[in-house]
Design a protein around this ligand. Sequence first.
Ligand code: ADP
Ligand code: ZN
Length: 602
Amino acid sequence: MTAALQILKDTYGYSTFRTGQSEIVDHVIAGKHAFVLMPTGSGKSLCYQIPALCREGVGVIISPLIALMKNQVDALLQLGVRAVAINSSMTASEVYEAKQKIRNRELDMVYVAPERLLMEDFLGFLAEAPISLFAIDEAHCVSQWGHDFRPHYAQLSILAEKFPDIPRIALTATADMPTRRDIVERLALGGGRTFIHGFDRPNIRYTISVKDNPKQQILNFIEKYKGESGIVYCLSRNQTDEMASWLKERGYNALPYHAGLDAVTRAKNQESFLAEEAVIMVATIAFGMGIDKPDVRFVAHMSIPRNIEAYYQETGRAGRDGMPAEALMVYGMQDAAMQRSFIENSNAPESQKRIEHQKINALLGLCEAASCRRQILLEYFGDKSQPCGNCDTCLNPPLTFDGTIAAQKAISAVYRTGQRFGVSYIIDVLAGKTSERIQQFRHDALNVFGAGTEFSKQEWQSIFRQLVAENLLQVDITEHGGLKITPQGQEFLKEKRTLALRKYTGKIKSGSKEPVRISADNSESGYNKDLFAALKDRRLQISKAANVPPYIIFHDKALREMAMKKPATLEAFSAISGVGENKLQRYGQVFLEVILEFGSQE
Ligand code: ADP
Ligand code: ZN
């Protein structure tokens, strides 16, 4: 058995690596650089943690948020791994002590924020320290094309200059093509390898509905999740407070979370969400990053998020444990206008604003799509896939029309005008509008000029958004937002393919009220529910005493397995997935007692 596999078993209590993990782990253990793109919940952490445990010295993990570091460190300590997070909440002597431990090789991993890492004296300290690897978590923060650009992350190019021989592994769950290129370039990972394992989160069901009565739509949606945890995202603080109390009045344990609340209330509400069951967090986007809670069963959006990356990431907080989960978004054109005014009123440079506007267009394309949501979502990140059968458009196909001719006209207009103009201009050409600019470029002499009068401006906008969503046209966000024809778009013209487009009605349709199958697999059956509840109670006691969230002790999944297999000996207990040596020693006896006691009552 390899050392890596041994650690997987002994420390983590897992019997096999998941897709991709083993390859990445071996690569980094061998001292090589890597860029890793894997979906949330797929097990990215192990990809740097196991190499850090196998290699000499301390693994330095760069992470953007204190909450995120705390979570990881808590989980590692439970596994018996020697880890610490150095951050601004520590006293000077605590920092000194941590550094001392690193020098003495008494730590396996240290988590730091980029701001800390980049400090002159910290870099000086690292230069003398034994380091096994650098892991750059949430690596999309490196790129301005990413959805969460952090200037300090961009400065991490210093790692390649100062520590050229120490392996660097960058990991993210969200990065489109420009972002990927940027990450590889800035972190100088070109000499290493890129590992891409797709974006699909098959256990999440996506539904996007036109906004009608959003509160009621969301209520209908969450009614079937009584007793479960979920998140409702809102656009503003007011909306957040209002929705939280509205849900409270209806018997839900809903708590607000936004930047306008005082820090104590915010921390308290977050703590309740993590430490208790069946809490609904009603929040602005200020909430969520660094929340690794595995059993969030639903995520609802009261308004559109900033862009597709944000949508993917926010909905991605559902179902990290791999069990069925659901995402609902209700959207209206006012939301888009609101998002656009946020962009316009921000201090971002014009170039960045242009990028943000184009990203909203892509998101609206997803909202208006007539085809599989998941396919479009995955296509956006460069993944090919088949219709999923687990989204609203797959389950209830919308009204469509034969958009073949419209698409041909639209794509030809883009082609004839030289693939450098934005949507509004092209629509003007199709509508036969004689503006000064159109005359100046002599586009009024083209065949396509005035060839699209059968549709209104709004209808054309909807068509163009769908063509972008279908990846027949592409908005070049690195070049002034001009439309370009993709290879698929060229193929479409050549092969004379037909295309169904969603009808633009301008009318509001209410979301489907159809109940959703909560369990796609049979995991709901086959285990004793009362024993599961008893195990959960014991877990809650332990987690409260240890001051960590319950899932840090054991995941629901592990408890469910215990309730199914009812192990009677420590040896049998150790075969439960997620029970490593440390947890066996600490908790084996306690949970066995619960199981035995339960058996004697039956
Ligand atoms: P990510 O960072 O990609 O979102 P994590 O690293 O947090 O995902 O892993 C998600 C969950 O899957 C964690 O609870 C982790 O312990 C578990 N996990 C990771 N690798 C394995 C494996 N090989 N076998 C079983 N569970 C695993
Ligand atoms: Zn689908």
